[in-house]
Design a protein around this ligand. Structure first.
Ligand SMILES: C[S@@+](CC[C@H](N)C(=O)[O-])C[C@H]1O[C@@H](n2cnc3c(N)ncnc32)[C@H](O)[C@@H]1O
Length: 258
């Protein structure tokens, strides 16, 4: 039996549908080993005691920060992703607050201010217009304490667009193959996840599709400056290596609220 849908879903419906596969697809456990040392440094360097994880997904960064003693609020628009955050926090005996909200509504729906706002794993590419992105950055600014930091991780779309990189990744885990690929529909991208699983010799396939807006460095820097962020630094990965437009896998941005 196979289920194929060419329907483009909004991001909440898309992530609700793929939530049960997300950790397998992204290598949840492996990421702790790779990313923990860097977040440890970040927490120490900026004296982070509270953080808002915007687009928390299944909670990887929220849990990592909670392990480091940070009080975390995990925000996501997908109820199914947030269920996984809660399940992980119970399993790991860590306390977290979860709020179902869109980035666009953080101001009204998420109480308090924080030492850090993070938005990792390309979550901001789900914001489909420049004006909405400006609103999101304004909301991030409002959610920060004075001196607080904003930390963003996106894929490096300068490279992806220049090279027309269709296949984002292909991965086999627990007998299931996930192919993440793009269709270029300028100015947006269709982001597809094709899931292939063999059962009794038959390949079952499911396709999920949502839209992304490929945001590049200059736009991010200009919008961050517009809404008042300063001391903005760009790098090519979370370990703050040099950003190289045609080489780096990621675009990572660190900015400050004065
Ligand atoms: C690619 S996942 C990244 C999750 C996590 N940060 C990580 O690194 O694994 C993107 C997440 O952003 C959430 N998201 C997308 N658009 C959103 C919006 N406008 N408001 C809140 N969450 C959103 C999705 O539901 C999804 O969980």
């Amino acid at each position: 039996m196979s289920k194929v849908s060419d329907t483009v879903q909004n991001s909440a419906a898309f992530y609700d549908d793929i939530a049960s596969d997300y950790d397998v697809m992204t290598g949840f456990q492996k990421r702790f080993v790779q990313e923990k040392p860097f977040f440890n440094l970040l927490v120490q360097k900026y004296g982070i005691t509270t953080a808002l994880d915007a687009g928390a997904g299944t909670g990887f960064h929220s849990l990592l920060l909670a392990q480091l003693g940070v009080k975390v609020t995990s925000v996501d628009s997908s109820a199914e992703m947030l269920k996984r955050v809660k399940a992980h926090s119970r399993e790991m005996n860590l306390e977290l607050k979860t709020v179902r909200s869109d980035f666009q509504n953080l101001r009204e729906e998420v109480p308090g201010t924080y030492d850090a706002v993070i938005s990792m794993g390309n979550s901001l590419a789900h914001i489909l217009s420049r004006e909405e992105l400006r609103t999101v950055f304004q909301n991030f600014m409002l959610k920060l304490n004075a001196g607080g930091i904003l930390f963003l991780q996106l894929l490096n779309y300068s490279k992806i667009l220049a090279r027309r990189e269709i296949i984002q990744s292909a991965k086999e885990a627990n007998g299931i193959t996930f192919v993440r690929y793009y269709e270029f529909c300028d100015p947006l991208l269709k982001f597809n996840i094709l899931r292939l699983e063999t059962k009794n010799g038959v390949i079952e396939h499911t396709l999920h599709t949502t839209l992304l807006r490929p945001i590049v460095k200059d736009e991010i820097l200009s919008l961050l400056a517009d809404v008042g962020f300063t001391k903005t630094k760009v790098s090519g990965g979370i370990s703050m290596e040099e950003y190289q437009p045609m080489k780096s896998k990621d675009l990572v941005v660190l900015a400050r609220k004065e």
